[in-house]
Design a binder for this molecule. Structure first.
Ligand code: HEM
Length: 126
């Protein structure tokens, strides 16, 4: 498989696992007491956007950009009050979703570090 060129994290995870992570993640978010009220009842659009975003963010095709334009994630999250506790809760749900799929532990660590940095950067409220 590896021709000597570094594989993107997206390739190492695989599209099917990424989808599985996103599909597992949002029900956990909806079950979280702190996060639930921020999210819509119907999560299908949210899931599509997140899957598209993560695909490009992890080095795959830029699906989010193609459909929705520049992600400007901090700007798009400004209408929500996100505290460090929200970011921690989000990250806990994401970690649980990542741990539910079968991936090499180094790949999981890299993925969690990458999204963890984004989560920390989205905190916009004391
Ligand atoms: C820090 C904690 C976070 C909270 C509380 C949060 C909350 C939210 C909420 C409430 C939405 C709107 C859902 C909807 O109406 O469909 C949203 C959208 C989104 N979030 Fe987050 N988020 C967080 C972190 C992240 C992180 C770390 C990422 C990326 C790695 C991310 C990526 C996205 C994307 C791509 C969207 C869709 C944007 C759009 O096109 O509207 N979020 N988030």
């Amino acid at each position: 498989m590896n021709n000597g060129l570094a594989q993107s994290l997206y390739q190492q995870i695989g599209a099917a696992n990424l989808r599985e992570i996103v599909q597992t993640f949002y029900p956990l978010v909806k079950a979280d007491p702190l996060l639930t009220e921020l999210f819509p009842e119907n999560l299908s659009e949210t899931m599509n956007k997140q899957e598209a975003f993560l695909t490009g963010f992890l080095g795959g095709p830029p699906l989010y950009h193609q459909t929705y334009g520049h992600p400007m994630l901090r700007g798009r999250h400004m209408r929500f009050k996100i505290t460090i506790d929200h970011a921690r809760a989000w990250f806990e749900c994401f970690s649980e979703a990542v741990n539910s799929v079968d991936l090499e532990s180094g790949v999981k660590t890299e993925l969690l570090e990458a999204v963890g940095r984004v989560a920390a950067a989205l905190v916009n409220s004391e």
